[in-house]
Write a protein that binds this ligand. Sequence first.
Ligand code: WTA
Length: 632
Amino acid sequence: MLQRISSLKEYQTTYKNSIEQSENFWSEVADNFLWKKKWEKVFSGGFEKADYKWFEGGKLNITENCIDRHLEKFGNKTAILWEPNNPTEQNRKISYNELHEAVCQFSNALEKLGIKKGDTVCIYMPMIPELAIAMLSCARIGSIHSIVFGGFSAQSIADRIQDAECKWMITADGCYRGDKPLYLKKIVDEALEKCPSIQKSIVLNRSNFDCNMKADRDVWWSDIMKDCSTKHEAATMDSEDPLFILYTSGSTGKPKGVLHTTAGYMVYSTYTFLNVFQYQPEQIYWCTADIGWVTGHSYIVYGPLLNGATTLMYEGIPQFPDWGRWWEVIDKYKVNIFYTAPTAIRSLEAQGLKFLEGKSLESLRVLGTVGEPINEEAWEWYHKNIGKEKCPIVDTWWQTETGGILISSLAGVTPVKPSFATLPFLGVEPLIVDANGKEIKEIIAEGNLCIRKSWPGQARTVYKDHERFIQTYFTTYPGMYFTGDGCKRDYDGNYRITGRVDDVINVSGHRIGTAEVENAINEHLDVYESAVVGFPHFIKGQGIFAFVSCEPQPKDIILFKQEVLNIVAKIIGPFAKPDRIEIVSGLPKTRSGKIMRRILRKIAEGEFDKVGDVTTLLNPEVVEEIKKKVKG
Ligand code: WTA
C-alpha cells in the first residue's frame, strides 16, 4: 500500500528521509505498481547534461496500472463520471471494466490502422470520455500522444503536428461550449492542409455536425472500432520510453514540446494525487481543468485513475446555463474533492452569492487551486463560501515541465497559509537564488525559485531539441532546475509564488509567451513592431497589453485593433487575444536597439513613476508619449 502521510510529524520525518535517502524512498513508492519487470537502477544522471533517468531497466505499461490492476478488486466502480455541456443531455458513468473494454478495443483499432510503438499521435478533442480513451489507448500501444487544447487555432495545431512529426490525428466533429458550437473537425481540416505527414485522421461523432470526410485520410471512430476485440495485450514499455508530448510556452521562440516518460511520471502523478488531495477510496474527485493542459493530463486522467479513483469530467463552461452550474454539478455527484484555478474562483466571486442559493456543497472535503497565484481575497471567498470554512485548501504549485505538484500543503495534514503554496512535496528540494545565481540560505528570502535535484515526474527533454531543454532550464543557474518563477519564503519555510520572472504571462491560468503574441501581431501588414507585456487583471490574474507601432499609420483605428485581435486568434487562439492595444509612435529602446520591456511593464501596471531612468534610451521621448496614451 502506498504510504499516505497523515500527520505533520509524519510529513516532516518522511520529507527528511525522502531527501536524504531519495533513491530508497522512491524505490519504496515504486514498489506499489504493476511492473512487467522490475527496474535495475532507481536513479542515474544529473542536470548538467539533463540525462537523469528513473527506474531504468523497468518494464511496464501505464494503462495496466491505470485500469487492469483495479479490475479484480473493483471492476464495477465508476472510473469516469461525465457531465455534458447541456444539463438536459444524458450524463455518463464509465466503470473500470467498461473503460478497460473501450481502451482495449480502441487500442486494437489504432494498431489495425498501423500505428506503432514510438509513433506520435496528435489529439484535438472536446472534454468527453473518448478523449481519455484516446490518450490511454495511445499509451497502451506505446505510441506518444500530443494533445492540443481545444482553444488553439488551426495554425497552432499545424505547428504542433509538424514539430512532433505526427502521422496520426484523433479528433471529433465538434461540440458546444455553452450555447456556442465549436467545429473542431473544420479547424483540423484547415490545419491538415499544411500537414502532409498525417496518414489518417480519426473522427468521433460527438454532435452530429456536418463533416467533410476526406477520402483516404478521414475515418470514423465508430467504423474502425467495429470489428475490434475488447481484449488487448498492452505493449511492454521501458521505464524511460516516452509517454506524451505537451507543448508549452516559454520566453522565446515557438512553444516547446515538453516530453514526459513512462515510469517516473506514473509514480509521481500517483503519489502526489494520493497525498496532496488525501484521496480516500470512495471519494468523488473533480478537476475543472481541460485535458489539453498538463493539469488535465496529471490530475483528471493519469493521477486519479492510477489511484483507482472516480474522476469527474465536465464538458462545458462554468457559466452555462448560468453561473450556478458548477455548484449544481458538485451537489448532483456529491463531489468530495474540487480542484480549480484562481481565475475561475474570481469570476464566480464576481457574480455574487445568488448562484449559491439552494446549493448545499456539503459533500466537499478538500478544495484545491492551481495555475497562478491566488490572491488572499479570492482565497478567503473560496474558503468561506465554497468550503464553508471546513475544507482545507491546497494551493498547488507546479508546471508542465514538473509533471506533478512540487509545492503544496497536504490537505488537512500540513498547515495552510492563504496565498502560499506552502511546503515542498516529498522528495522535492526547492531553493531560492538571487539575481547572480547565489543561493539565499537565510530562511526568510525572496528571489528566483529553483529545484536542487531531480524528481521522478520531471520532464526529460524538449522533443527533438535536447540542447534547447538544457539551455532553457539548466544553464541560468548551473546545477539546478530553474522554474522561471519568483517566490518568497517565510519564517516557517512556506513558499509563496509571486509569478513568472521571464517573458511568460499567465492569463486566466493559460501560459502564454509574450514573444508568440508579438510574432502574431507583427503579421499585420501595418505593424512595424510590437511589444507585449502582462498587467494585473482583476479576473484573469494577468491581462495582455500590446504596444504597437505602425508604418503606415492605420486609417481606421477601431478596425485596425479588430484586425490585430483576429490575427492573434487565427495564429494562436482566441484565448491569447490582447486585452488592450495601444498604438504608439515608437517603442522604448536601448542604444543597442533592444526593446525595454521593463519600462512598458511598469506603464502597463499603472506604475508611471516607477519607470526609472530613461535618459540612456535611444528614444526617451516616446516614454512620455506612451504614459500619456495609457493614462488617457
Ligand atoms: C504558475 C500549470 C502560483 C507558475 C500546472 C508556473 C502557479 C506556471 C501555481 C506553470 C500556483 C502554477 N501558484 N503560480 N499554485 N501553479 N503556477 O505549465 O507561474 O501551465 O510556472 O502548469 O503557472 O504553468 P503550466
